[in-house]
Design a protein around this ligand. Structure first.
Ligand SMILES: [Zn+2]
Length: 293
């Protein structure tokens, strides 16, 4: 046998693929890894935050409130000092909802009313729930209002706001560690600004829908009218959709899905889906227009 000192073959260190294809492949892999990392941080942060006792959450929001007020900023946690008929009425309904949801007594909810013409309502840290005139004025009856209250109260009961913020903080901290990140401070300021605009997951929304319906059934003995809240949202979205896609997107599967889900939940639990809805107080519209009286 004869030994030779052969040169290695050409190209063994470079793969057969086009360098651009290789670049794209690696970029996609990096993006996917980043997304997975973000989802993991969001999940872990949310889970950890959910372990914070409710009292601590309330204590923290009180501190944020004081700090914002002292800095001359508007705080989402400041109490509206108001014992108007509207607040009395809303708080009465709220008390019924708390009972129906079997909320623990220290979980006091702070209801806020804003006479801005915005079709919105939300729950944020420390049990603060906001209702806007733009939404309330469109409610067809009390049953839809109770569904709305029970949905928001349920977010508080299930600790969704603190879990949402915890997930957001974890992602912000993770992102700040990346090169080119805006830094921890910048990210956290951004997060503080979004306290009134927390995005809950679809799962969280479904849970609150289900609990809300349960409360409506407990209070009225049937679930009729609860879905009118989502019929209203559906109509609202349709109204704001203008353009060529209108015909195609004229029904929004998400709202439609929620309405279907409510009906299924009622059937599964053997709840009565038909009944008489309760009128809102005759003065309700006047109260909304002049909430101070
Ligand atoms: Zn919600």
């Amino acid at each position: 046998m004869e030994y030779q000192n052969r040169l290695p073959e050409e190209g063994i260190n470079t793969p057969n693929r086009h360098p651009l294809a290789e670049f794209i492949r690696l970029t996609i892999a990096a993006v996917v890894a980043l997304i997975l990392f973000g989802l993991l941080l969001n999940f872990a942060g949310g889970h950890l935050a959910g372990l914070i006792p409710y009292r601590a959450e309330v204590w923290l929001t009180d501190r944020i409130d004081t700090a914002l007020t002292e800095a001359g900023e508007s705080s989402p946690f400041s109490e509206d000092e108001n014992d108007s008929p509207l607040h009395d009425y809303l708080n009465q309904l709220g008390a019924k909802v708390e009972q129906a949801l079997e909320m623990k007594s220290p979980m006091a909810i702070h209801l806020h009313y804003s006479d801005e013409d915005v079709v919105n309502a939300f729950a944020t840290l420390g049990g603060h729930v906001y209702l806007y005139k733009g939404l309330l004025k469109q409610l067809p009856h009390e049953n839809a209002l109770v569904m709305l209250l029970a949905h928001e109260y349920s977010h508080v009961q299930l600790r969704h706001p603190v879990r949402g913020v915890g997930g957001g903080i974890a992602v912000a901290l993770g992102a700040a560690l990346l090169p080119g990140g805006a830094g921890v401070k910048g990210r956290l300021y951004g997060l503080a600004g979004s306290l009134s605009n927390l995005n809950f997951s679809r799962d969280m929304e479904s849970q609150s829908d289900e609990n809300g319906l349960k409360a409506v059934n407990k209070i009225y003995g049937h679930t009729d009218g609860a879905d009118d809240l989502f019929v209203l949202f559906m109509a609202q979205r349709d109204e704001s959709d203008v353009g060529a896609l209108d015909g195609f997107f004229s029904t929004h599967p998400l709202d439609k899905q929620r309405i279907d889900d409510l009906l299924r939940i009622a059937h599964d639990n053997g709840w009565n889906v038909e009944g008489k809805t309760t009128d809102l107080p005759t003065e309700f519209m006047n109260w909304l227009n002049s909430p101070g009286n």
